[in-house]
Design a binder for this molecule. Structure first.
Ligand code: A3P
Ligand code: MG
Ligand code: MG
Length: 381
C-alpha cells in the first residue's frame, strides 16, 4: 500500500541537521527520494449543514453526476456567475472554528481510536488536510506565509491554523471580482453534483457555503501517524474502486488556458496546490472546469492525481512532489522536537514568511488555546 508517484531519484540527502530553533524551507534541502506515505484509510465521516451545524453522518455527501449531454472536451457553457446576487448564502468567515468539528468527531468516536493508557488517541498528529496542504506547498510558496498553532495533549500533537494579519486584511479587502471567483468555484460544483447516487444536479439551487461533507482518515508519512480530516466535494457512484477515499472526486474551476505562459503558470501554481490537496487524502481524481473571462465553462478535463507529477516533470522551474513530502516530514519532526510540554494550556506558534525559516514562539495566554475545555475534559475521562 505504499504510494510512490515519482521514480526514486538516488540523490544524497542534503537535508540539514534538524535544529530545534528554526527550519529551513528551501526546496534544494528536500530533494531526494519520495518518503514513505501510506494511502489514507477512512475511519469516519461528518457533515455540516446549511447552518454550519455538525452531524456525525454523511448527509451532505454529494455524488458525481456529470450530465451525459456534456462530453469531455466539449463546451458545457455553464454560467458560473449565475445566482451570485440572489442565490448565495455565504459562510461567516469571521467565525473561527479551528479544530472544532474534528474534535467533535474525535470525542464522539473515542472508542474507534485505539488509545491506551495515557494516550487516548493513538495518533501523533490531529489536523485539517488544508493545514497540511499549506505545509506541503511551503518550499514553493513565495506569496503567503502561515501561522500554525500546536499543542501537545496526552501524547498527541494538535495542529490548528491561525489567520495571519496579512491574510485577514486580504480577506477583508477582497474585491467583488475576487468574491465572484470564489462563488464560481462553488457554482461549478452544483453543475456536477447530485444529492443521491442516481439523482441529477440542480444548478439553479441556492449555493450555501456552510454546507460540507468531511472525511476523517488515518494516514502515515514516514514516522508520523496522523488523523486528518478534509472536505470532500463528491463521490463517484461509478468509480472502479467504490471504497473511500478511492471513490472521491475533487472538483476545481480555473481560468481557461490560452497561451504557453498561462500553461506554465497553471502547472507551476495550480497543479501544485491541486496535487497536494488531493494526494493528502488519497483522492485519485480531480475534475477541472475551465472558464472563459465571462465566467462560462468552456471545457472539462480529468486529472488523475497520480498523473500530475508526470505532467509537470518536463517543465523548467517546476516543482517536485518529493520535495513537498520531505519538507512535510521534516516539519512534523521539527514540531515533535520542539513541542515537548504535554499541556493543552501551552501553545507553540509556528510561523513562516516566504524567504525565511520556520520559527516558533510559546504562549500560555488563553486567547491562543486551540483545545477547548469541553474537549480536554472529555479526553481526560
Ligand atoms: P475552486 O477550487 O473551483 O476555485 P475546493 O476546491 O477546495 O473544493 O473549494 C471550493 C471552492 O471554494 C473553490 O473553488 C474556491 O472558489 C473556494 N475556495 C477554496 N479555498 C479558497 C481560498 N483559500 N481562497 C479563496 N477561495 C477559496
Ligand atoms: Mg471542496
Ligand atoms: Mg473543489
Amino acid at each position: 500500500r505504499e504510494h510512490c508517484p515519482t521514480p526514486l531519484m538516488a540523490q544524497p540527502s542534503k537535508r540539514p541537521y534538524l535544529s530545534t530553533t528554526s527550519l529551513n524551507t528551501h526546496p534544494m534541502s528536500y530533494q531526494g527520494a519520495f518518503p514513505f506515505f501510506r494511502l489514507p484509510s477512512e475511519v469516519g465521516r461528518f457533515s455540516l449543514d446549511s447552518h454550519r451545524c455538525y452531524h456525525g453522518d454523511s448527509r451532505k455527501l454529494r455524488y458525481y453526476r456529470p450530465p451525459s449531454s456534456v462530453q469531455k472536451g466539449a463546451s458545457p457553457g455553464w454560467d458560473l456567475m449565475d445566482g451570485y446576487e440572489n442565490r448565495y448564502v455565504r459562510r461567516d468567515e469571521n467565525e473561527k472554528e479551528g479544530l472544532l468539528h474534528i474534535l467533535t468527531w474525535v470525542k464522539e468516536n473515542k472508542g474507534l481510536l485505539g488509545g491506551s493508557g495515557s494516550r487516548q488517541l493513538d495518533r501523533d498528529f490531529v489536523t485539517w488536510r488544508g493545514h497540511l496542504t499549506k505545509v506541503l506547498c511551503t518550499p514553493y510558496e513565495s506569496q503567503e506565509g502561515w501561522l500554525l498553532a500546536v499543542s501537545l495533549f496526552k501524547g498527541t500533537l494538535y495542529i490548528s491554523e491561525r489567520e495571519t494579519e496579512v491574510a485577514r486584511k486580504k480577506r477583508e479587502e477582497r474585491t467583488t471580482i475576487q468574491e465572484k471567483l470564489m462563488y464560481s468555484g462553488y457554482k461549478f460544483e452544483s453543475h456536477l453534483c447530485a444529492d443521491s447516487p442516481d439523482g441529477q444536479p440542480s444548478p439553479s439551487a441556492v449555493v450555501n457555503t456552510n454546507e460540507a461533507f468531511c472525511s476523517v482518515l488515518f494516514a502515515r508519512l514516514s514516522t508520523h501517524s496522523f488523523l486528518i480530516s478534509g472536505e470532500v466535494d463528491c463521490c463517484d457512484p461509478l468509480a472502479t474502486n467504490s471504497n473511500p477515499p478511492s471513490c472521491y472526486v475533487e472538483l476545481k474551476s480555473s481560468a481557461q488556458i490560452r497561451n504557453p505562459h498561462q500553461q506554465r503558470s497553471f502547472n507551476r501554481y495550480k497543479l501544485l496546490k491541486w496535487w497536494c490537496q488531493s494526494f493528502l487524502l488519497g483522492i485519485p481524481l480531480i475534475v477541472a472546469g475551465f472558464r472563459n473571462p465571462e465566467g462560462k465553462v468552456v471545457s472539462l478535463q480529468d486529472y488523475r492525481t497520480s498523473d500530475i507529477p508526470h505532467l509537470i516533470r518536463t517543465d523548467q522551474h517546476s516543482w517536485d512532489p518529493a520535495v513537498c513530502m520531505n519538507f512535510c516530514d521534516a516539519f512534523l519532526s521539527f514540531v515533535k522536537n520542539v513541542v515537548t510540554r504535554d499541556d493543552p494550556g501551552v501553545v507553540y506558534l509556528f510561523s513562516w514568511e516566504p524567504g525565511s525559516d520556520v520559527t516558533f514562539s510559546v504562549h500560555t495566554d488563553p486567547t491562543y488555546h486551540i483545545l477547548p475545555a469541553w474537549y480536554v475534559e472529555a479526553m481526560s475521562l
